[in-house]
Design a protein around this ligand. Sequence first.
Ligand code: HXC
Length: 289
Amino acid sequence: MLFDDLMFKPGLMRGQRILVTGGGTGLGRVMAEAFLLLGSEVYICGRRGAVVEQTTAELMAQHGGKVVGLACDIRQPEAIAAMLDSIWDDGGPLTGLINNAAGNFVSRTEDLSPRAFDAIANIVFHGSFYVTLECGKRWLAAGRRGNVLSMVVTWVWNGSAFTVPSAMSKAGLNAMTQSLAVEWGGRGIRINAIAPGVFPTESAAARLDPTGAAKPGDDVPMRRVGQMSELANLAVYLMAPGSDYINGETIVIDGGLYPATGGNFAKLTSLTDEDWRRTRQLIDERNAA
Ligand code: HXC
């Protein structure tokens, strides 16, 4: 289905070997599928081995090609090194990395504990850096080219009330993108980011709009949410050899939401104490499921 809406020719990604963190579900899975369809070998990792394995089996049954699923918690540097060793042993170096794994939930900041902050920062801020560092070291040591793409959000520029750990962590990821583009760009490694607007996934909806009060798309000037194939097309473009001269960029794909509203959760200032109690309860139920 996705293939019909992809704008690239079959085989575009042949010879690529790409790791998608958090590739078992959501946007990560969509990007992994697009790379696979266009000829790339694909590795997906996630904390939950069973989810990653199921996605791997489904993608290969549907499309053939090579997908390898790996259970890995990117909060653990040793686990990342072991995973990359197994990938390098499996068929040679990666050519690309997608920093997609993330965590987020809406909460009043005064309701957060240090552990709540760390639950997000350890994945988004620390984990994304650990994977990038480990891939970068290997590429640099071997004099190989590499390509890194990180998923951020437009609130890297204006912050986001009620998702402060995510806002701080994604801003850090954006700073990493610009910094390493300069540091590693001359040695064959380029690094960019995508800032998506509303591309509904079950996981994000359960933690960012647990009461279902938001009407996704209403605030978007184009009056609709994003289509997964639109996001996949941008990711493919940035990971394909033809876009080699793009380095250090963060590209927004949000139908104009950011210039219209700031793209963040400022609206939630109107929630009552009871709204927040209910919100927390629903997120906890989802996390426990
Ligand atoms: C306040 C909360 C909370 C909430 C958890 N905590 N949920 N605090 N409000 N709603 C606190 C807990 O009380 C605990 O602190 C601490 O956080 C750790 O909680 P755990 O459940 O043990 O954490 P963990 O198992 O590591 O779960 C990680 C998670 C979870 C991030 C909290 O939601 C998760 O696994 N998420 C992955 C999927 C996901 O988040 N998808 C949405 C991504 S959307 P104490 O002190 O009590 O022990 C996204 C895109 C953003 O990132 C852009 C959208 C446009």
